[in-house]
Design a protein around this ligand. Structure first.
Ligand code: FAD
Ligand code: NAI
Length: 479
């Protein structure tokens, strides 16, 4: 006997669980199906983000940053420590607890909002009169039907061709977040977001980390000036990043009790090289996931990358079937998935859900943090847009000096004629938090003059945002 719902959401990552909650808030009877389980078999909603992505990576970044501060920077404050140690098992255990708090939080939210949660794999069975039949395979198999289905099945790590993840030696994000002891030598393929964040974690706690990047430019999507500043800081910290390499054969071999990985590659000068490491993280992007969804059963259209084809409103080729998050086009970011989830739930309710893709901020949680929203200087140049730029260095900010973290800058790009803010780029302390002001300003189509005229608390890092806005008009007060 099939259970009838108004809306079925497949996937409880940030796209799916938020869509389910919003749909329930709007008065629909909602089911949310997710197959993730903990190692000991407990349901673990939250998707990649909660289980092996945003949340655990930030927990490890925090722990490793404290360790680095204690070892390298506490002395400046007159604090001396002896016998400083890193207990990796404890750090990983804390990270697991943080993940669990988030899993439990989502289970609580489902209850609070009366979303019916099914732990198992959801797949299309067939189209039925006025909707779709979805099978749930798991400990308790079920059949559900609804007229509206939201697919939010996320993404998986992309392996190097012919090099499977074993999560012990060749690691995706999953294995990279649960290495049991600090590897002496760690290799990372890809200096994208995961490579830099995970490379930073393990370098801070003592690994000798080498990152091999295929492209000749560092963080090509980031504003060039900001990327250059970030690279300088990461180089200084000892993260070895080789750009413009071509990765060849990856071999694992036994050395006594240990396993060694050797990566053959050609460097930017065309010379053949070999990198020998104890563990290798492969972070070369992610692929949309529709494993087990059985899209063929209903004729749901995928593109050549395996992403579900959607229009600007997240509508698929099938009436009543929507798709959001990493499984569709656009940046693979948790907050983008969430915004799409909310917008789809509202569209199902006949409202005008809206996502502005130009206002999706990016943050890379290295130290210094890198954050931006809107256009980069190179994008504006390419598009022939006339702009004014203003920058302000954290070196000239009192709070940054007090914190002992003066790396980086805030950069504003504004339209030359109207002064409307077109992009804000930050490399430096708490860039992840500072970028919110830029998002708000740009959502209200503010000018740089608007920000320059707003009273910002002193002393605060956010004064650098105001000063960068003043710099657009060449009238910084503190630099
Ligand atoms: P997912 O979070 O992948 O969730 C999909 C869910 O669907 C999973 O639980 C999966 O098990 C389930 N599922 C799939 N198929 C089925 C099926 N057939 N039946 C039932 N369930 C199914 N983004 C940020 O914005 N900020 C960050 O700091 C950040 N850090 C990251 C760090 C790492 C290491 C990684 C890997 C990613 C990070 N991301 C970050 C990206 C972010 O995790 C994703 O963009 C986000 O999780 C996408 O959400 P989603 O809901 O589309 O999919
Ligand atoms: P990515 O797309 O950020 O970076 C992949 C890097 O690998 C690129 O620089 C690419 O040029 C390089 N590359 C690709 N193939 C290669 C090869 N064969 N050899 C050498 N280099 C190669 O992908 P990543 O880091 O795997 O992360 C996936 C996604 O997860 C991100 O794009 C982002 O959407 C999301 N994410 C977001 C985070 C955040 O918001 N802070 C943190 C981590 C992940």
């Amino acid at each position: 006997m099939s259970k009838q719902f108004d809306v079925i959401v497949i996937g409880a990552g940030p796209g799916g669980y938020i869509a389910a909650i919003r749909a329930a808030q709007l008065g629909f009877n909602v089911a949310c199906i997710d197959e993730w389980k903990t190692a000991d078999g407990k349901p673990a909603p939250g998707g990649t983000c909660t289980n092996v992505g945003c949340i655990p990576s930030k927990a490890l970044l925090q722990s490793s940053e404290y360790y680095e501060h204690a070892g390298k920077h506490f002395g400046e404050h007159g604090i001396s420590l002896s016998n400083l140690k890193m207990d990796v098992a404890k750090m990983i255990g804390r990270k697991d607890q943080v993940v669990k708090q988030n899993n439990d939080g989502i289970l609580y939210l489902f209850k609070k909002n009366k979303v019916t949660y099914f732990n198992g794999r959801g797949s299309f069975v067939k189209a039925v009169d006025g909707g779709y039949e979805i099978a749930v395979a798991g400990d308790k198999p079920e059949t559900l039907t609804a007229s509206q289905v939201i697919v939010a099945t996320g993404s998986n790590a992309r392996p190097l061709p012919g090099v499977a993840f074993d999560e012990e030696t060749i690691l995706s994000n999953d294995g990279a977040l649960r290495i049991g002891a600090v590897p002496k030598k760690l290799g990372v393929i890809g200096s994208g977001v995961i490579g830099l964040e995970m490379g930073s974690v393990w370098r801070r706690v003592g690994a000798d980390v080498t990152v091999l990047e295929g492209l000749p430019t560092f963080l090509g999507a980031v504003d060039e000036q900001i990327a250059k500043e970030a690279k300088k800081a990461l180089d200084k910290q000892g993260l070895k990043i080789e750009l413009g390499v071509k990765v060849g054969e990856v071999k694992t071999s036994k050395k006594g009790k240990d396993i060694q990985v050797s990566v053959a590659y050609t460097n930017a000068k065309g010379e053949a090289q070999t990198l020998e490491v104890d563990k290798l993280i492969v972070s070369i992007g992610r692929v949309p996931n529709t494993n087990g969804l059985n899209p063929e059963a209903v004729g749901l259209k995928l593109d050549e990358r395996g992403a579900i084809v959607v229009d600007d409103d997240c509508k698929t080729n099938l009436p009543g079937v929507w798709a959001v998050g990493d499984v569709v086009r656009g940046p693979m970011l948790a907050h983008k998935a969430e915004e799409e989830g909310v917008a789809v739930a509202e569209r199902i309710a006949g409202q005008h859900g809206h996502v502005d893709f130009n206002l999706v901020p990016w943050v890379i949680y290295t130290s210094p943090e890198i954050a931006w929203v809107g256009k980069t200087e190179q994008q504006l140049k390419e598009a022939g847009v006339k702009y004014k730029a203003g920058t302000f260095p954290f070196m000239a900010n009192g709070r940054a000096r007090a914190l002992g973290d003066t790396t980086g800058m805030v950069k504003f790009l504004a339209d030359a004629a109207t002064d409307e803010i077109l992009g804000v780029h930050i490399v430096g302390p708490m860039a992840s938090e500072l970028i919110a002001e830029a998002c708000v300003a740009m959502a209200f189509r503010a000018s740089s003059e608007d920000i320059a005229r707003i009273c910002h608390a002193h002393p605060s890092l956010s004064e650098s945002t105001k000063e960068a806005a003043l710099a657009v008009d060449k009238r910084t007060l503190n630099f």
